[in-house]
Design a protein around this ligand. Structure first.
Ligand SMILES: N[C@@H](CCC(=O)N[C@@H](CS)C(=O)NCC(=O)O)C(=O)O
Length: 204
């Protein structure tokens, strides 16, 4: 199996951390693309993922799966332990709820703030600085929301580590590109961050 990625990009990192938690990182060969040079915009890559985004998983029989959480779901089905997408119907739904909240209200504004403030992809989109600034406010708001949620909690969902922790950590770390960091007053978020970022998978 191969995964097409760019190692410093946040979506591929989510998959790598997920695989590391499952102990199966070495079952996959990683193929590095340079996104800024547009190596994801070629006809060959579009045939794997018409959305032209990484990560993309290539199975040994040549089939492809795009989308970070679809790839994670595939590996969760193949390797159910440790469960990272919930263990019972309620917990699975809770993890899904949090994955959607993190993706829609945290990861998306984080990415939009980066793209619209930095012009990193100005060869393929029109950056709008005001939209970048608006998205920054949304991302800042989610830091505050997470801090409140994590008071008295070890993990984002229930009493075990899940993909929600992975996705929140990767989003917080990616916010370095927006110069957005955990405020020292956000002590619950900081304590959770220190615990989660010290897991070996965070360096995968
Ligand atoms: N919804 C997709 C988003 C993938 C995505 O946006 N990947 C970024 C890298 S983190 C990318 O490939 N960007 C290249 C581009 O926009 O041209 C997922 O979850 O996998």
């Amino acid at each position: 199996m191969k995964i097409y990625e760019m190692k410093v990009a946040p979506n591929p990192r989510r998959v790598r951390m997920f695989l590391a938690e499952k102990g199966i990182l070495d079952q996959v060969e990683f193929v590095e693309l340079n996104l800024q040079k547009g190596e994801n915009l070629t006809p060959e890559f579009s045939a794997m993922n018409p959305m032209k985004k990484v990560p993309v998983l290539e199975l040994d029989d040549g089939r492809h799966i795009a989308e970070t959480m679809a790839i994670c779901r595939y590996f969760e089905e193949l390797h159910p332990e440790p469960a990272l997408l919930g263990r019972d119907p309620f917990e699975k739904a809770q993890v899904e709820q949090w994955l959607r909240w993190i993706e829609l209200y945290f990861f998306m504004p984080t990415g939009m703030c980066f793209q619209h403030s930095s012009g990193y992809f100005k060869d393929r989109m029109t950056p709008i600085a005001e939209w970048g600034a608006e998205c920054r406010k949304q991302a800042e708001g989610f830091f505050r929301f997470l801090d409140r949620h994590l008071e008295g909690r070890e993990f984002i969902v229930g009493d075990s580590f899940s993909a929600a922790d992975i996705n929140a950590l990767c989003t917080i770390d990616f916010n370095k590109v927006n110069s957005l960091r955990i405020d020292p007053e956000q002590t619950h978020l900081k304590a959770w961050y220190d615990r989660i970022s010290s897991r070996p998978s965070a360096r995968a």
